[in-house]
Design a protein around this ligand. Structure first.
Ligand code: FES
Ligand code: FES
Length: 161
């Protein structure tokens, strides 16, 4: 066991964890922050997406110990227009993927704002231009939705972008 201190949603949280404990399990099992979901536990679905210093990461693939000193934001600590936009645009059905979708979209919008291109970006010089549906779908392709709420998800992101 090792004692670590994580910065979660603006607060310092000290916990005892085994070195192999993922950030996802630290959030859910040790801190009771169950808004972050476990889908595949192997980096394939995006349900566990959280923000680390504003960048989206799959928390199931991250060791909790590696994130000491980083600012972790989960859906519980997020206050972003995307949350209401998802409701307005019907961007969810069962809701299991939703916290990951929203955290991922927040990180994605920041990446886009910084001019980071995606595999769908044709003109690298214009990477910071308005997000097309194709761009949004490509940039959000790490977040799966088994309910198929993709049209609503794209609409919500477009509205906020
Ligand atoms: S639970 Fe982490 S990517 Fe699926
Ligand atoms: S809303 Fe059910 S998995 Fe996406």
């Amino acid at each position: 066991m090792a004692e670590i201190t994580l910065r979660i949603n603006g607060s310092a949280e000290t916990l005892d964890v085994q070195p192999q404990v993922s950030l996802l399990d630290a959030l859910r099992e040790h801190l009771g922050l169950t808004g972050t979901k476990k889908g595949c536990d192997q980096g394939a679905c995006g349900a566990c997406t959280v923000l680390a210093d504003g960048e989206r990461i799959n928390s199931c693939l991250a060791l909790a110990m590696q994130y000491e000193g980083r600012e972790i934001t989960t859906i519980e600590g997020l206050d972003h227009p995307l949350q209401e936009a998802f409701v307005r645009a019907d961007g969810l059905q069962c809701g299991y993927c939703t916290s990951g979708q929203i955290c991922s979209a927040v990180g994605m919008l920041a990446e886009h704002k910084e001019g980071a291109p995606s595999a769908a970006t044709e003109d690298l010089e214009a990477a910071e231009e308005e997000l097309s549906d194709e761009e949004i779908r490509e940039r959000m392709s790490g977040n799966l939705c088994r309910c198929g709420a993709y049209n609503g998800i794209v609409s919500a992101i477009k509205e906020v972008a």
